[in-house]
Write a protein of this length. Structure first.
Length: 569
């Protein structure tokens, strides 16, 4: 992640995060026999977003850098919310980011038998009991951070009664919510999570892997650490909200461990991003309410949404490297993510011509029917990408914004009597134009060209200040282009008290342009192919594209215009 791949800290010259320093120190001290073994434990109840990418890069990246292993373990402890669709998408996203768990694909459900046996062992030791109270009443009896909790009236049940009730819970004899199994720890602990937490609840829904075998399912706090222990994880890396859970994590490990080995939980700050939300629950609301067009809507912060929009895995990983890992919660500016993708796409995408709001230009002194092939460099940043031939004729399209009847000073584009260069072609001069008599909209512009100004030949030495992109009308491909912008118009939509986050949805987050004109080379573009439309931004072919109707998504503009727009408000 930071610096080059090394076998040890001595060879790494780049600054390291506090987590990486812990790993380096553990290796030096020979802890866990010099092993590094991490895990990425997603819950399959939604699609991964860029916040998960931060954890993926840390879990897999540290294992990769220090010669260790990283498991993929699905936290499938709640069959009500989980779907195989989510499991498949999670695996696709991890691979897209460039990581591989090899043959180490696990599920919490792999350990349901062991976890159940561990719960039985806690009951036998007097460290767990069945509680008949509702979850609301249990929560009320837990007290407050400054007031101790009240012991449950069922905490005094005998071991035999608790064993009998727990087995009957699993047989399905009781209704959901009627009973839970709680760990007996300390109702006066200053840490609320240690006040006899619930470790099993009744759920009578079929599980996607175990069917109807189980009617009780472990809570995350109970399953998480034990699964780490079963898999011999050395470094259990979590986001900061789990820091207060760590004493409970360690307490369960204390009851389970039979050797000197024990996993260590370490917490880091989560990834928060401006102008979006990072809660899977809220993202699911947007999908279900039809506010977006599915989990892979390019406005979503999901990895499949970013992929569809045209983001590259390299740019996402670079962004995560830039923000780093600390113990301080912060909200990261989305413009930094956009900066990362611009820099990456600038180096690897071919430049092409696309006109999004076309205005017809007729070159009156260019021979009608004549077609020239203009050689244009694909990417000046990478000569190995070569060049392509683009057809030129007497009728072309330019952007409507590139012509003004009465231009202001320093308008270096096309206007009556002015000259501009057509990128890779000729210099043209505007002679006249035609308006629609009813609407007053300019329909056509009439120009002359100077044949001595063909790009690359430099015959006349004439210079102009403006250069425009263009597309030959005769050869243009009709396309749909989707212009995506920030999903919300407030930088922190989730942080506004007494306001629903959906109130801040940006009504202009998607604009669909139906009458775009593209150069013919784009007719062979495949889904997810990426390009720079010259002067307009970076674009990606959408999976909806067909040969007869290409569809392109704007990934990002050429520069951060949003910040300037906001500053003017």
């Amino acid at each position: 992640m930071n610096g080059e791949k090394t076998k040890g800290a001595e060879e790494s010259k780049a600054p390291v995060s506090f987590i990486e320093q812990i790993i380096i120190d553990d290796l030096k001290e020979g802890k866990n026999n010099g092993r590094i073994h991490t895990r990425f434990p997603p819950e399959p109840n939604g699609y991964l977003h860029i916040g998960h990418a931060k954890a993926i890069c840390l879990d897999f990246g540290m294992a990769e850098k220090y010669g260790g292993k990283c498991n993929l373990r699905f936290d499938d402890t709640n069959p009500v919310k989980e779907e195989v669709e989510y499991i498949d998408s999670i695996k696709e996203d991890i691979r897209w980011l460039g990581f591989d768990w090899e043959n180490r694909e696990y599920y919490a459900s792999d350990y349901f038998g062991k976890l159940f046996d561990f719960a039985i062992d806690l009951i036998k030791k007097g460290l767990a009991y069945v509680d008949d109270q509702s979850s609301e009443l249990i929560a009320e009896q837990k007290g407050t951070p400054v007031q101790p909790g009240t012991e449950s009236p069922f905490a005094g049940r005998s071991v035999q009664e608790n064993l009998d009730l727990f087995h009957r819970m699993n047989k399905g004899e009781f209704e959901e919510g009627s009973r839970v199994l709680r760990a007996r720890i300390d109702m006066s602990s200053p840490n609320m999570h240690m006040r006899d937490p619930i470790i099993y609840r009744i759920i009578k829904s079929p599980h996607h892997r175990t069917g109807n075998k189980w009617n009780v399912y472990p809570m995350y706090d109970f399953a998480h650490g034990q699964c780490d222990y079963f898999e011999e994880i050395t470094h259990s890396l979590c986001t900061l909200e789990f820091e207060i859970h760590r004493p409970l994590y360690d307490w369960f490990i204390d009851q389970l461990m039979t050797s000197d080995y024990r996993p260590r939980q370490i917490e880091f700050n989560r990834l928060n991003l401006t102008y979006t939300v990072m809660s899977k629950r809220r993202l699911l609301e947007l999908v279900r309410d039809g506010k977006v067009n599915g989990w892979d809507d390019p406005r979503m912060p999901t990895l499949c949404g970013l992929r569809r929009r045209g983001y590259t895995p390299e740019s996402v990983r670079k962004f995560i490297d830039l923000i780093g890992y600390t113990k301080v919660e912060a909200i990261n500016d989305v413009s930094l993510l956009e900066h990362a993708v611009r820099n990456d796409l600038n180096l690897k995408t071919p430049r092409v011509f696309g006109v999004l709001n076309p205005l017809r230009v007729i070159i009156t002194n260019y021979p009608s029917g004549k077609v020239e092939e203009m050689e244009i460099i694909n990417n000046p940043e990478d000569e190995s990408m070569g060049s392509r031939m683009v057809p030129f004729s007497n009728e072309i399209y330019i952007e409507r914004d590139d012509f003004m009847e009465n231009p202001p000073r320093k308008f270096f584009r096309l206007a009556p009597g002015s000259e501009v260069r057509l990128k890779g072609a000729y210099i043209i001069r505007c002679e006249s134009f035609k308006k629609n008599p009813e609407s007053g909209i300019i329909e056509e512009v009439y120009c002359s060209y100077d044949p001595a100004t063909k790009s690359g030949e430099h015959l006349s030495g004439k210079k102009v200040k403006g250069t425009l992109h263009w597309v030959s009308a005769q050869h243009a491909i009709d396309a749909e282009v989707r212009i995506y912008d920030r999903l919300f118009n407030h930088e922190d939509p989730s942080g506004q008290k007494d306001r629903d986050f959906r109130e801040f949805l940006n009504p202009d987050s998607l604009k669909v342009l139906k009458n775009c004109k593209l150069e013919p080379s784009l007719g062979s573009a495949q889904p997810y192919d990426k390009f720079q439309f010259q002067r307009l931004g970076y674009f990606c072919a959408d999976p909806d594209s067909t040969p007869s109707r290409p569809v392109f998504n704007r990934t990002v503009s050429l520069r951060d215009t949003w910040a300037k727009m906001v500053s003017r408000k």
